[in-house]
Design a protein around this ligand. Sequence first.
Ligand SMILES: Nc1ncnc2c1ncn2[C@@H]1O[C@H](COP(=O)(O)OP(=O)(O)OP(=O)(O)O)[C@@H](O)[C@H]1O
Length: 278
Amino acid sequence: MSENCSKEACSGCPSAGGCGSARQQPFAALHAGSHVKHVIAIVSGKGGVGKSLVTSLMAVQMQRRGLKTAILDADITGPSIPKAFGITDHAKGDENGIYPVTGTAGTKIMSMNLLLEDAAAPVVWRGPVISGAVKQFWTDVIWGDIDYMFIDMPPGTGDVPLTVFQSLPINGILVVTSPQELVSMIVEKALNMSTMMKVPVLGLIENMSYFECPDCHTRHEIFGTGHVQDAADKYGIAHTAKLPIDPQLAAYCDQGKIEDYPTSYLQETAEYVLKTVK
Ligand SMILES: Nc1ncnc2c1ncn2[C@@H]1O[C@H](COP(=O)(O)OP(=O)(O)OP(=O)(O)O)[C@@H](O)[C@H]1O
């Protein structure tokens, strides 16, 4: 934030994410064996709108550009990142710390499911314990050199997202919504939380925006017309994107082959992030 800056938050500011001094609280210390250049959090107002999918696609986009990429899965009670990347190995640790598991294309991943004996076992923990685990993914994991780390946040605006915002030096967030959700107060809550935390909103992504008929290529707005641009204008968010409902994408995710999916989805979002957070 420049000395002359009079903005309450960074949304809409051309320097958003780049000025670095908007947030001044002491952040949790990164492990000595890690050097993470940029941290982008993916948030949503509620669960099931495709936050993990967007996190995975963003990592894949960056990885394809030859950047060193990581995903910190902060969705401790509903971790879905290892499945999308087909990771079944457990994370290993020694006296120095915990090592992330690397996907076939090179994305480094840490998730609660990589630490559990049984991936189907529920994590029945209270909020502060969950927040502690997320912080440990930052402080105790030996990430090595990372250009872009994406954090798959737990949905909503509860105490875990709050702790993550306060503890980790997040450069910006991408908000994932669905067409119905966009008109709701829940999205406004997520956007207001980022304003309160002084973390710039880099973009608004409307997932399941439409379905394109594979035969006639007509686009059908199954969940109604979204208003992603209206919402972006209202909050001064410079970048928007729309993702279609794509059964093939879901199938690649289910088979753990997200890195192999030949798609340009979120290419423009990746380019916007590269341009804005550098
Ligand atoms: N655009 C899409 N096309 C097809 N399937 C999708 C799409 N977006 C999400 N899905 C599927 O919907 C399911 C939920 O998506 P995802 O896990 O990314 O949501 P989420 O917001 O992270 O949920 P939670 O917050 O509960 O973890 C997944 O099975 C995913 O493959």
